[in-house]
Design a protein around this ligand. Structure first.
Ligand SMILES: *[C@@H]1O[C@H](CO)[C@@H](O)[C@H](O)[C@H]1NC(C)=O
Ligand SMILES: *[C@@H]1O[C@H](CO)[C@@H](O)[C@H](O)[C@H]1NC(C)=O
Ligand SMILES: *[C@@H]1O[C@H](CO)[C@@H](O)[C@H](O)[C@H]1NC(C)=O
Ligand SMILES: *[C@@H]1O[C@H](CO)[C@@H](O)[C@H](O)[C@H]1NC(C)=O
Ligand SMILES: *[C@@H]1O[C@H](CO)[C@@H](O)[C@H](O)[C@H]1NC(C)=O
Length: 208
């Protein structure tokens, strides 16, 4: 998740030997981001050509493991570590970074036809989130899923409608989730479903 620290540790071998060189590379371009050469006393991390790794890399000079601190979506992708000593080995890592999810917002939709005076018994609601990617937004009645909408793009806004009757006593909630986390907003019908005050303001008349 954004803001976390992620440690990349070797899976195959543990301690690094004095005659080994260790190279950490990022992305399909295999940009060099860290290097250890014990014999030559080289012990370096690099910021990357666009500086995206500045102040975020920690290299362990005993194990050779690399830690990325305060990770962002810019650091998602492929990492490779090469060890060259008596033989060359390499290991690949893939990092996916998910944004921290906002709590969804539930509002009444006063422009919906089922909120109008012709339909006395229904209240139209909309649950929404802004600037999200790779998430699903859902309405639940108790524990059962009523409807949901998914988005794979980055940074778009999502909204999902729900019609409830004013006297409905069930518990409703709107949930946003990605593969690793979720956030829930519970619906309070009595608080949200009273008069649509916005319509009164629209009848305001100027006079000079
Ligand atoms: C590893 O780093 C520590 C702290 O920076 C330093 O004291 C130590 O000498 C280093 N060891 C090697 C083998 O470079
Ligand atoms: C983490 O990274 C973000 C985005 O680059 C930055 O705004 C924030 O200050 C960083 N937080 C820490 C604790 O370094
Ligand atoms: C509110 O309801 C109207 C009419 O059904 C619909 O066109 C509009 O998109 C709804 N607003 C939101 C934010 O969903
Ligand atoms: C009122 O809402 C219920 C579901 O909560 C729906 O079945 C019904 O069609 C709605 N009535 C109107 C007039 O929109
Ligand atoms: C939300 O996350 C919690 C804990 O991570 C999990 O127990 C729960 O089932 C999740 N809820 C949904 C609707 O995904």
């Amino acid at each position: 998740m954004e803001g976390d620290s992620v440690a990349l540790n070797f899976l195959l071998l543990t301690a690094i030997r004095d005659d080994e060189d260790i190279l950490w590379k990022f992305g399909t371009e295999k940009t060099l981001i860290a290097k250890i050469s014990r014999e030559a006393k080289i012990f370096f991390t690099y910021d990357g050509p666009d500086g995206r790794f500045r102040d975020r890399l920690k290299l362990d000079n005993q194990t050779g493991s690399l830690t990325i601190t305060n990770i962002t979506t810019q650091h998602a992708g492929r990492y490779e570590v090469q060890r060259s000593g008596s033989k060359l080995t390499s290991e690949l890592f893939s990092i996916s970074v998910y944004a921290r999810l906002p709590v969804p917002v539930i509002r009444r939709n006063c422009s919906s036809s089922s909120s109008s005076s012709s339909s006395q018994q229904n209240c139209s609601l909309v649950c929404s989130v802004v600037n999200v990617g790779h998430v699903t937004l859902s309405w639940y009645k108790g524990n059962s899923l009523l409807s949901s909408i998914s988005v794979s793009d980055l940074s778009i806004s999502l909204s999902l409608p729900l019609d409830v009757e004013y006297q409905d006593k069930n518990s409703y909630s709107c949930v946003i989730n990605n593969p690793i986390s979720n956030q829930t907003q519970h619906l309070d019908i009595t608080q949200l479903c009273h008069t649509c005050s916005g319509t009164a303001a629209l009848t305001y008349v100027f006079s000079y």
